[in-house]
Write a protein that binds this ligand. Structure first.
Ligand code: B12
Length: 405
């Protein structure tokens, strides 16, 4: 397996277009990219050109790889190029494939319009890796044209922060914002952590929907983490599970943990500082930080990093004894038992509530089913996060009837 010599991995965004569920080719190609040290932000299938362009800009990838089988490739790729231009981000490349559904004539037409390359049926994966490395290996640009979209400029600041550049490490510039002269700090910064598979991403997406609806002017930032080993690639896949967060008022950035244990990345603090200050857009109203799936010992959020910490777990944690070993149950402001439609949920809710009551810290508890639209538990969590202070132990269990204390 070849690794990249330079310290910052190539970042790509991959996706399958709207009205297309053929994701098996891109899933294989993603794995090959990762195996060769590339960071892949995967957006999933059935994605609009705007969702793809917005995500590519916010994630500040070097290029977008689209796998298209629905027959609309000529128009779709062109639309993505036009949208990148609108963002002032024409330096983000575009390439792709779609087996036999993209003819050589179509590919020539697409290349004339700015697509770097189309890969045809029978191409070896090694050829794709070679192409990507030849074209996009090397230092990523860290500044954006002054007139480009605020998302593009902020994204480049974040890239700079991930590389530990002094520019974003210390002083922030006097900002020229699009929302007045001074930068407003966010009214709420929420840290969401919990074991892998508990439903953190879906829960965050549902919270984003509620924040967007509760204030039609609000801007939300999401800083999301996925695991990676130093020098290796990473699959940054949280966007694939998010729907409401694909919105012009939401800025989302995915970070690889880059070998750091405990749920965050070595660049988290620098990136979070930028999102809290937003030197180009004038400020986010709410910032949500999602950790990598964490273990029992992890306490990811240092003092002052977030206003409220949320620990999300599934009802299937094993025996009651396991609860004594989870450090976040001692420190989280809010504990969520998600997937509370599962059989074990009722018992889990009462065991977790008892565990929290023993802490006597006034932690809040809520049972949710994040995958269910308009879930009353998620509504209760949203209300808890918007409440001014964490009071006495408060609970909200949702399972047929809702009891909020
Ligand atoms: C597998 C498959 C399915 C699976 C999809 C499983 C999945 N989750 O992906 C299932 C059975 C679900 C399916 C369903 C349908 N399918 Co289908 N499917 C195929 C099939 C047989 C193979 C596609 C594939 O994955 N190939 C494997 C990849 C690895 O190889 P490749 O395609 O040759 O791609 C190469 C390069 O292009 C490159 N590449 C591909 N993408 C990318 C992206 C990047 C970034 C890069 C660098 C390279 C790259 O990688 C490969 C390297 O050699 C094709 C027929 C065919 N033989 O191509 C039809 C085909 C794509 N399907 C077709 C159709 C019509 C459908 C359905 C609408 C059928 C129906 N009526 O229900 C549905 C739609 C489903 C949906 N929701 O979109 C048509 C599309 C016709 C068109 N566009 O004009 C095809 C062409 C079959 C046909 N001849 O009619 N399908």
């Amino acid at each position: 397996m070849s690794k990249r010599a330079t310290s910052t991995p190539i970042r790509l965004l991959t996706a399958v277009p709207i009205c297309d569920g053929h994701d098996s080719a891109i899933s294989t190609i993603n794995l090959e990219f990762i195996r060769h040290g590339i960071e892949v932000v995967y957006l999933g299938y059935h994605r609009s050109a705007r969702d793809i362009a917005r995500a590519a800009v916010q994630e500040d990838v070097r290029a977008i790889g689209i796998s298209s089988y629905n027959g609309g490739h000529v128009e779709f790729f062109e639309q993505v190029i036009d949208l990148l231009q609108e963002y002032g981000a024409n330096d983000i490349g575009l390439f792709g494939g779609g087996g036999g559904t993209i003819t050589h004539d179509d590919a020539r037409l697409m290349q004339k319009k700015g697509v770097s390359r189309i890969f045809f049926a029978g191409t070896a994966l090694a050829e794709m890796i070679e192409f990507v490395k030849e074209k996009w290996d090397g230092p990523a640009p860290i500044t954006a044209p002054a007139r480009s979209h605020v998302d593009h400029r902020l994204a480049r600041w974040l890239t700079s922060a991930t590389q530990g550049n002094a520019k974003s490490n210390g002083k922030l510039p006097v900002a020229k914002t699009s929302r007045g002269s001074s930068i407003r700090p966010p009214r709420l910064v929420v840290g969401v952590c919990g074991p892998g598979g508990a439903g953190k991403t879906t829960l965050i997406d549902e919270l984003v929907l509620r924040f967007l609806k509760s204030d039609p002017q609000s801007r939300i930032a999401v800083l999301s983490h996925d695991p990676s080993i130093v020098g290796n690639g990473a699959l940054l896949g949280d966007r694939a599970a998010m729907f409401y967060s694909q919105n012009d008022r939401v800025f989302m950035r995915s970070l690889a943990s880059n070998g750091r244990a405990g749920g965050l990345s070595p660049a988290t603090e620098r990136c979070l500082k930028l999102l809290k200050n937003d030197p180009v857009g004038g400020g986010f109203d709410v910032v949500l930080v999602e950790t990598v799936g964490i273990g029992q010992e992890a306490v990811p959020f240092a003092a002052g990093m977030v206003d409220k910490s949320v620990f999300v777990m599934s009802p299937e944690y094993g025996s009651r004894l396991q609860l004594q070993k989870i450090a976040m149950l001692d420190t989280a402001d809010v504990v969520v038992v998600n997937k509370s439609d599962l059989a074990a949920a009722k018992t889990a809710s009462s065991e977790v509530e008892q565990r929290l009551a023993m802490n006597r810290r006034g932690q809040q508890f809520v049972a949710t089913v994040a995958k269910r639209h308009r879930d009353a538990g998620v509504d209760a969590l949203f209300a808890m996060l918007n409440g001014s202070a964490v009071g006495e132990v408060q609970s909200c269990r949702v399972g047929g009837s809702v009891t909020c204390i």
